[in-house]
Ligand binder design. Structure first.
Ligand SMILES: Cc1cc2nc3c(=O)[nH]c(=O)nc-3n(C[C@H](O)[C@H](O)[C@H](O)COP(=O)(O)O)c2cc1C
Ligand SMILES: C=C(O[C@@H]1CC(C(=O)O)=C[C@@H](OP(=O)(O)O)[C@H]1O)C(=O)O
Length: 382
């Protein structure tokens, strides 16, 4: 079983993640983790914070001479902004600075204050902040290396920003792995329109959301299980995406289209060929049937809501005197869908790696490889 925890506040000293369950004998390239962290920081429309941070993961345990030993991996990312927040975020001493009391709609602010019995919204927003997604990406980057060593790849790309959408039927999946564009969109013309849309939103003090797609290739058949609700991989993948801040909907394969079309158009018919064995000409199911992978690519889409902190602030209340006020305007992103797409790939890498370990077990990479080989032999696969 794979599991991870993260810790750390947005403006605290650092973010820490502990990842347990990665088998011994995996080669880990620390630079690859940092490349993913840099990619999460990109994106036209991000706020001033991204000019301060240059995220790097320090590996504090679990890896020796570039190789895992089977024990928990600790990853730490320093917050460079910490230097500007030392007094406001101090562990000891007297409270410093004004309390944040104007709740922001769309944030954890108001409910968090009530639930945790706090009087400064900062006590809530520090941990609710998507700064934490840097830790998720570091964890996912290790999981991506684990999967890659078994021939499984996880990619993501942006398909929609504020309603500017790429044509989903003309996606060239071969372009996604090498795409380095700053909005993580493989359609240059659409990306330019997305950029314009973000520029316009920023000028009017507004924000945008959008949608990204995560594709997993080289997937073994049979990950997950139909036998119990919490073993179904479709549910686990949806949860992995829904657990990302601001993600409000997840689609598996042609998910939404199922509501509008008959069965004759929506199911992936099976054919047989001696070389290919049983194969399908379509992948409406997004690679999942009965809560299990069917060997096709896993295709998932996630919708991100528009960033809730607006520079033209929304109506709200001040928690100290219950007066109606405008929400506080913290420095903020205008659009972070590109960043979220990198987080999405990281979370799916984690969830797929967990399912691989559940299916093929073992604490050593060599045992897992042998187990996959035996399984493929039984299924008559090369
Ligand atoms: C990569 C990323 C960056 C984000 N940046 C901001 C931001 O700058 N300002 C903001 O108000 N919300 C931002 N958010 C969204 C909030 O963190 C999120 O909406 C909030 O914590 C409430 O959680 P919920 O939307 O899941 O209900 C960001 C989310 C992600 C994934
Ligand atoms: C720090 C990151 O994103 C932050 C997510 C975030 C929020 O409310 O979620 C609010 C902003 O934080 P700040 O108030 O410090 O500018 C974003 O910059 C990051 O992605 O690394």
């Amino acid at each position: 079983m794979l599991r991870f925890l993260t810790a750390g506040e947005s403006h605290g000293q650092c973010l820490t993640a502990i990842l347990e369950g990665i088998p011994a004998g995996l080669q880990v390239d620390a630079d690859e983790i940092n490349k993913k962290l840099a990619r999460r920081q990109m994106g036209y429309g991000r706020g001033g914070r991204m000019k301060i941070e240059t995220d790097k993961a320090d590996i504090l345990s679990g890896i020796r001479f570039n190789e895992t030993m089977g024990d928990p991996i600790t990853l730490q990312i320093k917050n460079r902004d910490w230097g500007n927040w030392i007094k406001k975020m101090s562990v000891k001493g007297e409270p410093f600075g004004d309390k944040v009391t104007a709740a922001r709609p769309g944030h954890a602010d108001l409910v968090g204050i009530h639930k945790y019995d706090r009087t400064d919204i900062r006590d809530i927003l520090e941990r609710a902040s998507a700064r934490e997604t840097a830790a998720k990406v570091a964890v996912g980057a290790v999981c991506q290396q684990f999967l890659q060593s078994l021939g499984i790849s996880v990619f993501s790309h942006v398909v929609n920003i504020g309603g500017v959408e790429i044509d989903r039927h003309s996606i060239d999946y071969t372009k996604i792995a090498d795409n380095t564009s700053d909005l993580n969109c493989i359609d240059a013309a659409a990306e330019e329109k997305m950029r314009q849309k973000i520029r316009d939103a920023g000028q009017s003090g507004d924000t945008l959301g959008g949608m990204f797609e995560v594709i997993t290739t080289g997937v073994p058949e049979g990950l997950g299980s139909h036998i119990q609700w919490d073993k179904r991989l479709d549910g686990r993948l949806a949860q992995a995406l829904m657990s990302i801040q601001a993600i409000k909907a997840v689609e598996i394969g042609d998910g939404l289209a199922y509501a509008y079309n008959p069965g004759s158009k929506m199911h992936d018919e099976m054919f047989y060929d001696e070389n290919k064995q049983v194969y399908r000409k379509t992948n409406h199911a997004g690679g999942l049937e009965g809560g299990m992978t069917n060997g096709e690519n896993i295709i998932l889409r996630a919708v991100m809501k528009p960033i809730p902190t607006l520079m033209a602030p929304l109506h709200s209340i001040d928690i100290k005197d219950k007066k109606e006020v405008l929400a506080s305007t913290e420095r903020s992103d205008i659009c972070a869908v590109a960043a979220a797409s990198i987080v999405g790939a990281a979370m799916i890498a984690y969830a797929v790696a967990d399912a691989v370990l559940e299916q093929f077990g073992g604490h050593a990479m060599n045992d897992i490889r042998s187990s996959i080989e035996n399984y493929n032999k039984r299924l008559g696969k090369k």
